[in-house]
Design a protein around this ligand. Structure first.
Ligand SMILES: [Fe+2]
Ligand SMILES: [Fe+2]
Length: 203
């Protein structure tokens, strides 16, 4: 009986370790995607919307720092960069480039959609990690305020959303979630289910 309990505990720990490795991987990929989005938007804004450049540069600086934090957190958790980083790279850059060509409002719609998705995921992760990996939890807490500031900054600049911009925001949310799914070969869906189930059993 004791052996069964030990085996069960070991399998819970292994499952948690796998989920934690996936969290670090998807966060690292997400930060990399954000770097690519803001880099492309800065490039276009340099030509067309110079008043947006300083905000984008500030957010880009934050995302670069976040990316390094998650990269450094990988080895200890037996995590590695995801196998489809090129999707994040190309997808992020194209998304940033096209939205910046559409104008200032499209830049802020894009930022609001991406940062809202980030915010949702970080909150789920914080709940899961608080007792399982306090060190990773504090890394996420240390960047959370900056991610919320990015979201607020974008939302403050959005005028009353037209139908087209509402559709754009939904499309970008879909693209972001698809990239998250792809980056973990579907693990993100299972991870969210695990987080929800865990939340229910803890509550
Ligand atoms: Fe970030
Ligand atoms: Fe951000």
């Amino acid at each position: 009986m004791l052996q069964v309990e030990i085996e069960k505990e070991r399998s819970f720990r292994a499952r948690d370790a796998l989920t934690i490795a996936r969290i670090v991987r998807v966060n690292h990929a997400g930060e990399f995607g954000a770097i690519r989005i803001y880099s492309a938007q800065m490039l276009v804004s340099g030509w067309l919307w110079p008043d947006c450049v300083s905000s984008l540069a500030e957010m880009l600086g934050d995302e670069r720092r976040h990316c390094v934090l998650f990269r450094d957190a990988m080895p200890h958790r037996k995590s590695r960069p995801c196998r489809v980083m090129q999707f994040w790279s190309c997808g992020g850059w194209i998304l940033g480039f096209l939205t910046a060509l559409l104008g200032r409002q499209a830049i802020w719609v894009c930022t609001a959609a991406v940062e809202a998705a980030v915010h949702r995921h970080l909150d789920d992760q914080l709940y899961f990690l608080k007792d399982r990996d306090p060190a990773l939890s504090s890394i996420i807490l240390s960047i959370r305020d900056e991610e919320i500031a990015h979201l607020r900054h974008a939302e403050e600049r959005l005028v009353a959303p037209s139908l087209a911009f509402r559709a754009l925001r939904q499309a970008i949310s879909l693209v972001t979630d698809s990239l998250i799914w792809l980056s973990t070969w579907g693990d993100s869906t299972r991870m969210v289910r695990a987080l929800i189930a865990d939340g229910r059993s803890a509550g």
